[in-house]
Design a protein around this ligand. Sequence first.
Ligand SMILES: NC(=O)c1ccc[n+]([C@@H]2O[C@H](COP(=O)([O-])OP(=O)(O)OC[C@H]3O[C@@H](n4cnc5c(N)ncnc54)[C@H](OP(=O)(O)O)[C@@H]3O)[C@@H](O)[C@H]2O)c1
Length: 252
Amino acid sequence: MTRRALVTGATSGIGNSFARTLAAHGHDLVIVARTTDRLEQVAADLRAKHHVGVEVITADLSTSAGMDTVATRLTDTSHPIELLVNNAGSSMAGWFGTTDIADEDSQLDLLVRAPMHLMDAAIKAMAGRGGGKIINVASVAAFTPRGAYSAHKAWLVNLSRWADLHYDDVNITVQALCPGFVRTEFHQRGQMDISGVPRWMWLKPDYVVKKSLQDLEKDKALSVPSVRYKVLATLAQYMPKPLVSRMAKRGR
Ligand SMILES: NC(=O)c1ccc[n+]([C@@H]2O[C@H](COP(=O)([O-])OP(=O)(O)OC[C@H]3O[C@@H](n4cnc5c(N)ncnc54)[C@H](OP(=O)(O)O)[C@@H]3O)[C@@H](O)[C@H]2O)c1
């Protein structure tokens, strides 16, 4: 049976690496982002290189219309999606309380409402046909008090861990992927100051994706790529919160 994956935010960074890696393993793809010409370019490259089918959906996942379009595709029973990668995301400079609240709403919609809507659609479709897999791209920021972004990612980790346990009996695996700093367009797009981040803290997108998919094969509900981030994530959960908060401020 054809294996088909839907990847949001597939034009750049971690999502692009998921799309390339899955295509290389023979998955047909549905790729989602806002920028049609970049999506078409990614699709053309993957079709030519890996001879897989690639559908393109242009959608802004910070809007209800965008979420509905992708959710509808997830429930299409004629071409079922066996793996959902909820990856699209962004950040912005400035701490909550100093930013424009309309921008905070938009971030909440993209980082919380969109994965919630897509996960809801995917679970309903997958439960009805014997199972499936979902990867929710969160962050190690989920384990630190670090403004609204880390709160959104903590929400995603928490729901993912619950869903993985709850839907185990209908053969649905849900993984929260929690990378540390990854070299992508993310920080530049969000105009974030990353000058304080030491070189050893940076990961490559292909490495993050390789680890996530290895962990998915083992049905791991939480994937924290690299030993150094596993250690940091564990420490962050047990160290005094004021200390974690001071350390987490670096890199913005
Ligand atoms: N980079 C890191 O250090 C890091 C660390 C931990 C977790 N993460 C998480 O990893 C995920 C991917 O980030 P990345 O680092 O790969 O960033 P990236 O290189 O900036 O890629 C973001 C992707 O999401 C898409 N996107 C952004 N806003 C969107 C919207 N409103 N609707 C639909 N698509 C949208 C972008 O395409 P368009 O602009 O064309 O829409 C692009 O394909 C995010 O959820 C992020 O929070 C990143």
